[in-house]
Design a protein around this ligand. Sequence first.
Ligand SMILES: [Mn+2]
Length: 308
Amino acid sequence: MEEMNKTFIFGHKNPDTDSICSSVVMANLRAKLGENVEAVRLGELNKETQFAFKHFNIEPPRLIDKVQPGSDVIMVDHNEFSQSAEGIENANIKMLVDHHRISDFKTKEPVFCFAEPVGSTGTILYKLYNMNNVDIDKKTASLMLSSIASDTLLFKSPTCTEEDKRIAKKLEEIAGVDINEYGLEMLKAGTDLSDVEEEDLINLDAKEFNVDGIKFVIAQINTVSIDDVLKRQEKIENAMSNKIKEDKLDLFLFTITDILNGDSEFIALGDRTDLVDKSYKLEDNRAFAKGVVSRKKQILPMVTKNID
Ligand SMILES: [Mn+2]
């Protein structure tokens, strides 16, 4: 019966560091406010996130695969149902904390929404702690810092705001961590993908979108060498083609992001590669995108603009 009163808190499928850290940070806050909550996750931890939790000696959340009808949930770091838990349509969504476009988000009951166009969900959570007069402990600050460092690529992403920078400074003091030093180590830990099979590589950080009946996936991986990843182009393309067939996708856009220089290389497959080609001329199914690092602020708007 206890499970029935418990609120589950989770980020998106194929979780990244911000999704995992934010569910734990939000769970800490709700627990301090006296609520029965548990942070859970909707997928495996990537290497970057594993590094963060190990570094600060924090237990990562438990894996779940679906939510039961009528169960109480809090969504963090996402709102699109196609990126959420199986059964989300029939859950009771109590709260949303997010920094993405709002799309296909529906609730049965009135809902608390905390959404801002800032660099990470961790940034919004910092403000929620303040709003509730709850002190931020060292571990919580470390997780918020990890969120900011990861999602803004250490302040290099165009999604990064002055607010993220200001809050990161405060968190550095609480956590006793130099974000530039720690953040680079964390980002680099996430780029060691040599032992990841191509089938998994394309799903590590993949998000599905539905716009005007067009179903597409934008996946992204971080690297310190685009050329290294391109050595695997053929196998990556095979995996992408299989995924396109399986999920009936119109487009699969795989993005290889150079975290040191802040550029990306696209690999695009599917019937609607024109949605990329209109902006970046594809040759051998790929194109170099200078200064492009953000899915939400650069890549997704490019695709949707080309749909119109
Ligand atoms: Mn995020």
